[in-house]
Write a protein of this length. Structure first.
Length: 62
C-alpha cells in the first residue's frame, strides 16, 4: 500500500526554515556594498602624462 500524494508542499515545522535559494545572504550584500563603495572612492589617474618625454616626436628630440 502507498501513501497518498499531498496536494501542496509540506508545511514547515517551527525548527525548519525554507531554503533561500536564489536570494543572497545579508552578509554577501554587505560585502558587495563595501566593495562598491571602495570602487567609487578610487580616484581616476590624471590625464596629464607629466614630463616623461612621451609627447616628444623624433624631430623635436634631436
Amino acid at each position: 500500500m502507498s501513501a497518498p500524494t499531498p496536494a501542496g508542499p509540506a508545511p514547515h515545522g517551527p525548527d525548519l526554515q525554507p531554503p533561500a535559494i536564489g536570494r543572497p545572504s545579508p552578509a554577501l550584500l554587505a560585502r558587495a556594498d563595501r566593495g562598491y563603495a571602495r570602487f567609487l572612492a578610487v580616484q581616476a589617474p590624471d590625464a596629464a602624462t607629466g614630463d616623461h618625454g612621451q609627447d616628444d616626436d623624433a624631430a623635436g628630440a634631436r
